[in-house]
Design a binder for this molecule. Structure first.
Ligand code: FE2
Length: 316
């Protein structure tokens, strides 16, 4: 599949790539509220591997791994008073945190879950690989299998997560996934539009361009695609109506009742999982399809999510 990209977008993409390449090679995470050393994640990974060893000793590792392979399909209807009439019933398939090299065979499980679902567009909110650095080629064959099972008439759009590299973009686009790197696309029906703004990961790679993209004036119903929930307040203040994200894995390892031990969010403690609302905007933080760190889940199911947008007060 060949995607035509306008010259202006190509130039912006080049600037983004250069910036991302510099940030990726640095030892800091560039966050909205300041830099943080990436070594924190390395320490966290060591701790979580120790925890995995502990789970093996007490005999719970296998159970946790089975839990991680048990993905559910969540079907959610979302109602909006200002949804353009032409998009009443519009369906969005949302996948996130695929981490395709963390659980062997996860691509078959994801494909099985999405088979038979009907949707108009598919959005993927990042984190294709397990590590935050190093090789990414191992995720391409399983991703290709998933893409072969996605049938969306308006296409597949994605943003990158903090585990992804700018080097993936061409490979994803050659597969038929359009990557939005602080870019906007619109879907049209009968002269009415839905805007999708795709933001590069703000957890490691927040830049001025992130803010500019969300503040861009767009006349229509706006949907933000972001890897993590941490820009919810900026999007809400800029009249976004829907915000779709992942990153937190819903906690991945939770206490009974679903209470997470760690949420991996700094400023979005109330947006770490499921449906939430802010300033008239509806948000959804998916638990994601896979895992990272160790391939286990407890008290927190992985998911693929199917949203149906509905016009409030429709008569039939
Ligand atoms: Fe993730």
């Amino acid at each position: 599949m060949k995607i035509d990209i306008p010259k202006e977008t190509k130039e912006k993409r080049l600037v983004w790539s250069l910036t991302r390449s510099v940030l990726e090679s640095d030892s800091f995470k560039y966050k909205r509220f300041g830099g943080k050393r990436k070594s924190h994640w390395t320490k966290f990974e060591s701790l979580i591997h120790l925890f995995g060893f502990f789970l093996k000793i007490i005999g719970l590792y296998q159970k946790g791994n089975e839990n991680a392979k048990n993905i559910s399909i969540k079907k959610i209807n979302l109602t909006f008073s200002d949804l353009p009439d032409s998009f009443d019933g519009y369906r969005i398939l949302h996948l996130t945190d695929l981490h395709l090299d963390c659980i062997a065979g996860i691509e078959a499980i994801i494909s099985e879950n999405i088979a038979g679902l009907q949707y108009d567009i598919c959005v993927i909110t990042g984190d294709y690989r397990e590590k935050t650095f190093g090789s990414f080629r191992q995720i391409l064959p399983p991703l290709r299998k998933i893409v072969q099972n996605i049938h969306a008439r308006d296409g597949i759009y994605s943003v990158l997560g903090n585990h992804d590299t700018f080097l993936m973009v061409n490979h994803l686009e050659n597969m038929g996934i359009t990557v939005l790197t602080n870019e906007v696309i619109s879907v049209q029906r009968n002269g009415e539009k839905l805007f999708f703004t795709g933001i590069d990961d703000p957890n490691y790679y927040y830049t001025d361009q992130t803010l500019c993209s969300l503040e861009k004036k767009l006349d229509g119903f706006k949907i933000a695609l972001v890897h993590s929930p941490e820009l919810y307040d900026i999007a809400g203040k800029n009249q976004y109506r829907l915000y779709l994200c992942g990153h937190t894995h819903g906690g991945q390892i939770c206490l009974p009742g679903g209470r997470p031990v760690i949420t991996h969010t700094f400023n979005a403690k109330h947006q770490y999982k499921g449906l939430w609302h802010y300033n008239g905007m509806t948000g959804y933080t998916s638990c994601g399809c896979s895992t990272s760190g160790i391939p286990v889940r407890f008290n927190c199911e992985g998911e693929v999510t199917l949203f149906t947008l509905m016009k409030e007060n429709r008569t039939n």
